[in-house]
Design a protein around this ligand. Structure first.
Ligand code: R5P
Length: 261
């Protein structure tokens, strides 16, 4: 592996485990709850994130260029929640990603959907170009409304992503998650999914790490928390320090800003 690729992968994955903060939701659902004012939500979280996953528009407007946090740039999209989400194209060129100093690129694939071929072509075409610049591609195994999030399906989707050249795969946690990880030859990180009570979200991270995930790429369960900074600190404790969720919840509760009198 060339130096640039190795360096970027290590910047995103850290010493082997990663807490990636996903704030790219606006690319298909507009002003997502908690991200209405992206800069306001994001700024206090940046010191605790190993990387940020977001679009170029969000990066330009809401992250100061002096920030040193690695950027995982979301480069697929083109459809909103008002239409068929799987009908994605590439929305940002590799040239612009280089200009923005992206550390990695993120693209969704919709395996099993009517747009499977198109989204897999998005991934493989992007890999062809990004690899030439030493930039790793992270594939997001997005799940269509009709798809089951079970180990059989997710293992298939993750393996396809890795075989097409993704250097990191992001997927959902499921029962028998170890089968998903075992069949995927590149690091797997999990999405958090819909907002859960904080303890449950920490348990999700704990289970995923125990079953071989290399980290989380978590969004709503951090930025929609009653205290996002306390929550990302608790998530870091689970992912980086192996703190059980039952103890990490105390980090969250201890870090909560008390309500105004
Ligand atoms: C979805 O395709 C986006 O990449 C989100 O960033 C992703 O779902 C992770 O966010 P969350 O933890 O909110 O599910």
């Amino acid at each position: 592996m060339d130096y640039g690729m190795s360096n970027r992968l290590s910047r995103v994955m850290g010493p082997g485990r990663a807490v990636m903060l996903a704030v790219d939701h606006g690319y298909f659902q507009g002003p997502t709850t908690g991200l209405e004012n992206l800069r306001r939500t994001l700024t206090p979280l940046i010191p605790y994130a190993d990387s940020l996953m977001l679009t170029r528009g969000a990066l330009r407007t809401s992250v100061d260029p002096e920030e040193r946090v690695p950027i995982v740039l979301r480069v697929s999209g083109g459809t909103s929640v008002l239409k068929e989400l799987s009908n994605e194209t590439l929305t940002t060129s590799v040239e612009d990603a280089v200009r923005l100093n992206a550390t990695a690129l993120a693209v969704s694939i919709f395996v099993g959907s009517d747009n499977e071929r198109q989204t897999l072509a998005n991934l493989s075409g992007l890999v062809d170009e990004a690899e030439g610049c030493g930039i790793p591609v992270l594939a997001v195994t997005a799940v269509g409304r009709e798809m089951n999030r079970d180990a059989r399906y997710l293992a298939l989707a993750c393996r396809v992503a890795a075989e097409l050249g993704a250097r990191i795969v992001k997927t959902y946690y499921c029962e028998e998650f170890e089968k998903v990880v075992d069949a995927c030859p590149v690091p797997v990180v999990i999405a958090g999914g819909k907002k859960l009570p904080e303890k449950e979200a920490l348990e999700l991270a704990e289970k995923a790490m125990a079953k071989g995930a290399r980290g989380v790429d978590m969004g709503r369960n951090i930025f929609q928390s009653s205290d996002p900074v306390a929550m990302i600190k608790a998530v870091r404790a689970v992912v980086h320090d192996g703190v059980p969720a039952g103890e990490a919840i105390r980090i969250f509760e201890g870090g909560k800003v008390p309500p105004a009198p």
